[in-house]
Design a protein around this ligand. Sequence first.
Ligand code: RIB
Ligand code: CA
Length: 312
Amino acid sequence: MAKIPLIIDCDPGHDDAIALMLAASASDLFDIKAVTTVGGAQSVDKTYYNARRVLAAIGLDVPVARGAAQPMVRKALGGTEIVHGQSGLDGPALPEPEGEPCPLTAFELLCQVLEEVEEPVTICPTGPMTNMGILLAVRPDLKKKIKQFSIMGGGFYMGNWTAAAEFNILADPEAAKILFDSGIPIIMSGLDVTHKAYVTREENEVLRQNGNRCSVLAAELIDYFSRYHYEVEKLPGCTLHDPCAVAYLLAPEIFSGKPCHVEIDVDGTYTLGKTVVDWFGHTGKEKNVLVLYDVNRPAFVKLLTEQLARLR
Ligand code: RIB
Ligand code: CA
């Protein structure tokens, strides 16, 4: 079977790092063409460095490019240290990046990959969608080379950075709007589903006991990341937002979703950055997004634990 050509656009970020590991673990399914980085969980200098360190830990040799430092229109949100620490990836020790930095910007690398491929590519944005907004605005001719977006962002019932908005969308709502309005199929792993994709302390110990370097690293990332979920959000486990966007591609049967029309609020007083989901079809507009709302949690944890055991 032909592999799925994949690009991951991320802001590592603890759960981004685990999403990268999950994608790399499925080398039989994915042909990872590139990793691009964006400012979000920390500055783009830090997320770029973090992505390169994570790929060094995994032993994944694909081009990694530095993307947008600032949102398309607004100022960066900031304040993410409470979740990801000063480095954006506080907690575990990571190796230094391997190889030379990519001479291309994320925009240039995205264009290069999309121009070269024959088979349309799946893109997983797991951070603010600035790189995607720029790509789609500047090179709409390349839309035909994008099969689908499997994103982590948004939420139907809740926000996590304001009462209404999820961080990745709020961080650059104008870019998210370009992506959501693009006409390209979108699978949305929003907070409705990602808050159900959590790992308990006991399950994290099982992951650690896999014993391989990457499983231990993932467990250590979860040790740090879970503090925010337990102490601030009072959730029952470590919420693995970004891995959902990859896990859906690996095992869509463990997720439940509904096609809906979704708009991004770019000027609301109280709802800026909200993904407005037309669940009941009031607008009659095209169902542009598969909104994931549930996951078989034991199957998700099993998938993660088994897949990460395949890494070094
Ligand atoms: O709201 C969850 C998102 O913000 C995830 O992408 C996570 O990495 C965090 O920074
Ligand atoms: Ca992220």
